[in-house]
Write a protein that binds this ligand. Sequence first.
Ligand SMILES: [Zn+2]
Ligand SMILES: [Zn+2]
Ligand SMILES: [Zn+2]
Length: 252
Amino acid sequence: MKIKFLGTGTSQGIPVIGCKCLVCKSNKKEDKRLRSSVIISVLNKKILIDTGPDLRQQSLKNNINKIDYVLYTHAHRDHVSGIDELRSFNFIQKKEIKAFGNKELVNQLKKDFSYIFSDFKYPGLPNIELTSIEKTFYIENVKIIPIRVKHHKLNILGYRINNLTYITDAKTINDNELKKIDGSEILVINCLQVKEHLSHLNLNEMLKLVSKINVNKVYLTHISHNLGLHHKVNKKLPKKIKLAYDNLELNL
Ligand SMILES: [Zn+2]
Ligand SMILES: [Zn+2]
Ligand SMILES: [Zn+2]
């Protein structure tokens, strides 16, 4: 199994339009972050998590020419607004793409992108079969465990796929859901910035949460320019925790 980070930035990405801070002005590739998304290769299948606004350039940059399934975390724009780009994969694959999310996500997507999900289909629209899931399910022979997390007041999902757990935009995770992450080889989790934030884990909250779970390695995503320079922040983190960066690929 492989995971590739297509984007590791928060909603505005890095650099932020018009910002002159050290991080936004950095020339290092690790300090440039598109909106958060990953693609997972398992048993010859490609599973994309979220379709953010950068999906087109992420697909071109990483030579992605196949997407079998999409797992959605939640319906905020930085995670869904590239949904139309799935058309390109429909055209190549000549069939629908199956997508999954919780009922909040399914209802919101059907409202916000009604043209995609209406009975009358204009020719050339994305062809997506959207299913609401709450409990463990299988795609092909791959077991997918949804992890319920809170994004301020919104119920959103993370996912465990074999030994990999991917969680973004969490603010809190209850002990029951934390148990589902236990034993993962790799945990990907959001870490926005140093200062506290209403709806996202900050650095200290992430550290506290990670200390409660038994995982080998932790990679941070959904990062804002306020977290600091990639290389500087990485040096200060405990050994098993690292910042992810765009185009990083990990084997499991
Ligand atoms: Zn987000
Ligand atoms: Zn900045
Ligand atoms: Zn969000």
